[in-house]
Design a protein. Sequence first.
Length: 172
Amino acid sequence: MTDPSANGVHVEPATGEPLLLLEIWGDQSLVESRLGASLPKPGKALAETGSRALWWEPQTWLMRAPSDASALAGRLSEASEGEGTVTDVSGAFRRIIVHGPEWRSLLMIGGVFDAESPAFGPGCVVGTVIHHMPVRLDVLSPTTVEAYAPPSYVEDLLHHWRASATRLSMTR
């Protein structure tokens, strides 16, 4: 792991948490009404009662359930009945957390988007490619971003970011 005191960036794999994919092919407002909550708009994420919802693609949201996945799955299934489906995709993605004031600079190394844009702040979600790997980024705070990637890419992405963090610290 990189030392945050040495270079302003700390990269670490996140603990595994259940991930559910909610797909709605019917009336989204009906599903939201049944849930008693709004789903995030495109490019956004929301945190609600122990879970986090990320807009994933049109009519699709990824739900992270750190506390009680079965309760969330039940709520989502009930709310989407006849309007969509809920699928457990816990094995499809792994998370990496990048902490520190230099996380934006780190993402620009090998990235193909403007991580330095002021519009890319807490609550924003973007899908992109970093170091030739597909990544979904969720900005948690001004100093923390979480990356979702297929499990087969995580070790390579960790290696790339750790090596890049070391190079970044040498240029400061």
